[in-house]
Design a protein around this ligand. Structure first.
Ligand code: GLC
Length: 594
């Protein structure tokens, strides 16, 4: 249900190809070294100095997970670092600014103090494109405040097996939900026009079928970066729609996946990258490889480079061996393995986005607008994130109207390992690549939110293990998963941790009414606690604004969230959707209200 106050920007972006006449003139005067530099993206953490941006004519840098400023993690340190690289770029002969890319996947989540939104699995439960667009607009503004101008988002994966550690980066198991919300995210990030000073270049990922890999097909014997073994019709039906709608929304870049399709690495597939994406769908921007993804292709380094770039890869996220990459790529061109027409096409596509961003407009500075620092992580931004949290919660059980709670209760006990843990609330991709329990950034925990929501007369007590309930008639258990990212989150076991089950059981034995709030990056097995909880709320990974959870628990906001993933039974013998042996506990679309 779209938010009333966002007229979804229907304005289409200016066609990227409209810049080609200017690009042709620029390209004609570029040396091979300058062209190759545009196609290289090192991770800044491996650069010896900003001067290397100049000496290698680098077109882009990224901060991958944990790639923080050497001066430490703060708004000014990030802004000074990125501006430093940009200043080096514009002292080159052609003064072409860099694209600085970062994984702002649920807010500007690398930077301490940023507004942290619910991860996509929660946004999927809102079913609200307007809300997704508003969240993306705030994210783009906070990213621009640091001088970055490119985000590796939205992820339009369509996870088919929730044992995958990246399930939470997906909006849904349903391509219909993914294609709508993915397009909304692109509109929010890129705004009505990419040359809006608050716009950032989007990067739709990971093309294609990253969420459909077969169990056991990955190098580590599970799912991440594995093999998607489906026919073309299934690949098109489930995994492609998000690319059609986001390209139509004007997405400037797309990131091919580490994974394979029927045994062929996507990052080396001409059929997928050029045949389908560029020729059939008409994508006019550029393809950026995943982090060192071309190293996974068959053959030696020259063969990996030529295979991927000839297949349609335009820029390579190296990220460490950038000198070797640049040298080898140049050899491949000089030896005729990579035709200059392909190099020129790749550089044209890259420059299209730079022109579209207004970076090539000499009248505009590519440096950060530090005036945006005032609104960074502001109350106004956090209020929108709180709206997202409220709308993302899914009420799975509510016996005898256990919810909503009265905020005037004499005594409420809040228990669980995640009751007062902002890190668990935010999940992976938060300050640290893998995320971290504790308090990694600014925000409001669920315990703090409850304390703020109740009347002055109400006593709020807390414990991790559920002890100390005393005379409380209401007990809230905040339990679930600890942070993880990518393949580190792959698992065969979705049972709740024993300490979570013990906490809920202890609360039930106290005689109190028990409300279970589950923080998780995917559906988890909850039969161990279901009999002991009067109400169960799936809160996903809500981010920094715990007040949004209290809004639902105390009825300030009636729950509207709907499951965007089917919720399985623990007795399932497989968790790959559609396979025999998958048993459903709650159907896709489930969600109670008051
Ligand atoms: C990671 C992820 C990708 C991310 C990139 C840069 O390995 O696969 O989603 O954008 O590297 O951090």
């Amino acid at each position: 249900m779209p938010s009333p106050d966002v007229a979804q920007s229907a304005a289409a972006q200016r066609p990227l190809t409209s810049f080609d006449p200017q690009i042709r003139r620029l390209l004609a005067g570029m040396t091979l070294d300058e062209k190759i530099g545009q196609m290289a993206q090192p991770d800044q953490e491996f650069l010896k100095s900003p001067e290397e941006v100049k000496s290698y004519f680098l077109g882009s840098l990224l901060s991958g997970g944990d790639s923080d400023p050497r001066a430490g993690n703060g708004l000014t340190a990030w802004t000074d670092m990125i501006d430093g690289y940009q200043k080096a770029a514009v002292t080159t002969r052609l003064r072409i600014p860099i694209l600085y890319g970062i994984d702002a996947v649920h807010g500007h989540n690398n930077v301490i103090g940023a507004t942290i939104f619910p991860h996509n699995i929660g946004m999927g439960a809102t079913r609200d494109p307007g809300l997704v667009e508003r969240a993306a607009r705030i994210t783009s503004e906070e990213v621009r405040a640091t001088g970055a101008n490119w985000v590796f988002a939205p992820c339009v994966t369509v996870p088919q097996d929730i044992r995958w550690g990246r399930t939470y980066e997906g909006f849904s198991e349903s391509p219909d939900v993914v294609k709508a919300l993915g397009a909304a995210a692109v509109r929010g990030l890129q705004r009505d026009s990419l040359d809006d000073p608050l716009a950032v270049l989007a990067c739709v990922k990971h093309f294609v079928g990253d969420g459909g890999t077969a169990w056991g097909s990955s190098g580590k014997g599970m799912l991440d970066q594995g093999d998607t073994r489906v026919d073309e019709a299934t690949l098109r039906r489930i995994h492609l729609p998000g690319y059609v709608t986001t390209v139509k929304a004007g997405a400037g870049t797309i990131m091919p996946s580490y994974s394979s399709w029927n045994g062929e690495k996507v990052s080396g597939s001409e059929k997928l990258m050029t045949g389908i994406l560029k020729n059939e769908i008409g994508f006019q921007g550029f393809l950026i490889s995943d982090y060192a993804a071309i190293d996974q292709l068959p053959g030696n380094y020259k063969q990996q480079i030529t295979r991927s770039i000839n297949a349609g890869m335009d820029m390579v996220m190296i990220p460490k061996k950038y000198v070797e990459f640049i040298t080898t790529l140049k050899q491949c061109v000089q030896e005729g393995q990579l035709p200059m027409v392909r190099i020129d096409d790749a550089v044209t596509r890259i420059l299209r986005t730079k022109f579209a961003l207004g970076l090539m407009n000499a009248k505009r500075s590519p440096l950060a607008d530090r005036g945006l620092h005032n609104a960074f992580g502001s109350e106004g931004h956090r209020a929108v994130a709180r709206e997202c949290v409220r709308a993302s919660l899914v009420l799975l059980k509510n016996d005898n109207q256990a919810l909503p709670l009265a905020n005037s209760a004499a005594h409420i006990h809040v228990a669980g390992k995640s009751a007062d843990d902002l890190g668990n609330q935010c999940g992976g991709w938060t300050i640290r690549w893998q995320g971290a329990s504790g308090r990694p950034t600014d925000g409001t925990t669920i315990l703090e939110a409850v304390q703020r929501a109740v009347s002055p007369k109400t006593r709020v007590t807390t414990s991790v293990d559920g002890s100390g309930v005393g005379d409380a008639k209401i007990a809230i258990a905040v339990i679930g998963e600890k942070p993880y990212a990518e393949g580190m989150g792959d698992t065969a076991d979705l049972h709740l941790a024993p300490e979570d089950v013990a906490t809920v059981t202890r609360l039930k034995n106290s005689g109190a009414k028990v409300i279970a709030v589950i923080l998780s990056g995917r559906p988890v097995f909850i039969e161990d606690i279901l009999p002991h909880a009067d109400a169960v709320v799936a809160a996903w990974l809500p981010g920094s604004e715990g007040d949004g959870v209290a809004d639902v628990l105390f009825g300030t906001y009636k729950p509207t969230g709907k499951l965007s993933f089917t919720w399985p039974k623990a007795s399932s013998t497989t968790l790959h959707r559609g396979d025999a042996g998958y048993e459903t506990l709650f159907d896709f679309g489930t969600g109670l209200s008051y």
